[in-house]
Design a protein around this ligand. Structure first.
Ligand SMILES: Nc1ncnc2c1ncn2[C@@H]1O[C@H](COP(=O)(O)OP(=O)(O)OP(=O)(O)O)[C@@H](O)[C@H]1O
Ligand SMILES: [Mg+2]
Length: 536
């Protein structure tokens, strides 16, 4: 566990040194820069799976080549062995070869699909793992600021955008690229001037893809951010359903949701319109290209009928039309790619959030300590210039019970938050046995301290597993002993399944008082040196 964290920290600090200022720095960077960096970073996740990418691309290539040469072989076999000479054995031989070519094309096609989906799923899983690790290390103040729904949306929807591109994009791109190359070679073999006439449309298409692509990327980012808002809104209203229903606010919640929903719809339409714009425009360019080829071809046919036959012109008209299909595919993949890049940027924003509290380079070891807690002139506010507590001084001696009493909102929970180092003080210091909290490792502090939160949280699993959460290796006897100390044993024993009773999400199927007792048991069982109870 601690190994994991350490390696994770080095990873992220490496990234930070690459990009000064972390997440907020990205705002200052040039858009194109940002884009290039995202590309490079995305590619890093391929790791050793780059080999799969290469195998995948080579097999697609093989499959396209085999599929392309097959009709040629068929044509030649018919001409040579059926039309010119009737050599049925040679013809059968050619058919066997053809069969093998088609089998080869099929096999390479399957191999490429399997390899690419193998690779993209592995890459995506690695991104999810890093995301989850990073989120686990973020400080609580990060979650105060960002909506939970937004984080979930980035981890699911945005990562899925990247996946969609990886699993479909590569294959389509390679396919389109080789089809275009094949057509160009075939055209060059026929006639140079007419080939150049067809290719004249390429710069226009390139320019269009660049300009529209930029707009699509922007629209995709907006759309994905709106989807984040949508999931945040759903998350909030589902969590607060009891409050909504008890105040009969369903209608106003519906209206609030409608507005978020409308924004999401508009952003999605905007994105769709921008990406669909590509198709008609491409078609237009294609028609112009066709007109150009026919026009030029017509002039050439009249001027030099020896070389420029109607047949040749017809072939070029067919090629010019065929050229369009893979270009359309490229444009489509490019839209997909832009959504993926927008998603990647949003995921990297989470990865780059440096809201975690700094850890000391060489933490002071927490050994067998008496456990004296001291607040020395501590001031703190959740937001700047809004102090919640200021100038707090007190000493909690080991072996004693220290009570902090104050009206609601006075800052009692806040002091516990500071003691557990969920937040850092603004000034002054909190000391354990004379050493500032910030000089210990966070893991050590949390191991030393057992905190019963004012609003305890439980996982949707058995009571036993919830109780053992802080000390999975505890024995049954130890668990029961802790439950007896916390006065929880009696009510647990009265449940039909006792300690094996399953709690529902957040433990909503037992009473608040019972949840409180379970929370105390859980903390007592973890056997902390310093026990902190918030209104328990
Ligand atoms: N996450 C937060 N972000 C911003 N302000 C907060 C946050 N948590 C608490 N506050 C503010 O800090 C002040 C102190 O809150 P705190 O929870 O420490 O009070 P408390 O003494 O524990 O009250 P209670 O007895 O009701 O539990 C309150 O005014 C509250 O509005
Ligand atoms: Mg409180």
């Amino acid at each position: 566990m601690s190994d994991n964290r350490q390696s994770g920290t080095t990873n992220s600090s490496k990234r930070r040194s690459m990009r000064p200022g972390g997440g907020h720095g990205s705002m200052n960077l040039d858009k194109a820069d940002n884009f290039n960096i995202s590309m490079k970073r995305l590619f890093k996740y391929f790791g050793r799976d780059k080999a799969f990418l290469i195998i995948g691309l080579l097999t697609i290539l093989a499959s396209v080549v085999l599929n392309t040469i097959a009709p040629g072989i068929l044509g030649a076999a018919i001409t040579n062995h059926l039309e010119r000479s009737l050599d049925i054995n040679a013809f059968a031989g050619q058919m066997v070869i053809l069969l093998f070519i088609y089998i080869g094309a099929f096999v390479t096609n399957v191999v490429s699909s399997v390899t690419i989906s193998f690779m993209s799923n592995r890459v995506i899983m690695r991104m999810r793992t890093e995301g989850f690790n990073h989120i686990q290390r973020l400080s609580i103040s990060y979650f105060d600021k960002k909506g939970i729904g937004d984080i979930i949306s980035r981890m699911t929807n945005d990562i899925d955008m990247v996946y969609q591109f990886m699993s479909n994009g590569f294959i389509n791109t390679v396919n389109a690229f080789f089809t275009i190359t094949g057509i160009i070679i075939a055209m060059f073999n026929l006639n140079l001037p007419l080939t150049l006439a067809v290719l004249a449309t390429l710069p226009v298409v390139g320019l269009m893809i660049a300009v529209i692509g930029r707009q699509v990327r922007k629209a995709a980012k907006e759309k994905q951010s709106q989807i984040g808002n949508l999931s945040a809104a759903i998350e909030e209203s589902v969590t607060g359903m009891k409050v909504i229903q008890s105040f009969h606010r369903e209608k106003s919640e519906q209206e609030k949701f409608d507005s978020v929903n409308r924004s999401a719809r508009d952003a999605s339409i905007e994105m769709a319109v921008r990406s669909y714009m590509m198709m008609p425009l491409m078609q237009l360019v294609n028609v112009f290209g066709l007109v150009f080829v026919v026009g030029l071809g017509g002039v050439l046919v009249v001027a030099n009928p020896e070389v420029y036959s109607i047949g040749l012109l017809t072939a070029f008209i067919v090629y010019a039309r065929k050229f369009f299909e893979p270009l359309r595919q490229v444009a489509q993949v490019y839209n997909m790619f832009n959504s993926a890049m927008a998603g990647a940027e949003r995921i990297f924003e989470v990865f780059d959030s440096t809201e975690e509290l700094p850890s000391p380079e060489t933490p002071v070891k927490l050994q067998e300590l008496p456990g004296r807690v001291e607040f020395d002139d501590v001031s703190f506010g959740y937001e700047e210039n809004k102090p919640v507590i200021s100038g707090i001084d007190f000493m909690a001696e080991p072996g004693q019970v220290t009570a902090i009493v104050g009206p609601t909102g006075a800052g009692k929970t806040t002091m516990i938050n500071l003691l557990a180092r969920f937040y850092d003080v603004n000034s002054g210091s909190i000391k354990i046995d004379g050493t500032d909290l910030r000089e210990y490792s966070r893991t050590d502090i949390r191991e030393l301290m057992g905190i019963v939160l004012q609003e305890p949280f439980f996982f949707a699993t058995t009571i036993r597993e919830n109780l053992m959460y802080g000390r999975p290796e505890a024995t049954e006897d130890e668990m029961i002993k802790a439950a007896k100390i916390a006065n929880a044993h009696h009510f647990i024993s009265c449940l039909p399944d006792g300690y094996d009773t399953k709690l529902t999400e957040r433990g909503m199927n037992i009473s608040q008082g019972e949840r409180q007792l379970l929370a105390i048991t859980r903390t007592v069982l973890s056997d902390p040196k310093i026990l902190v109870l918030d209104e328990a």
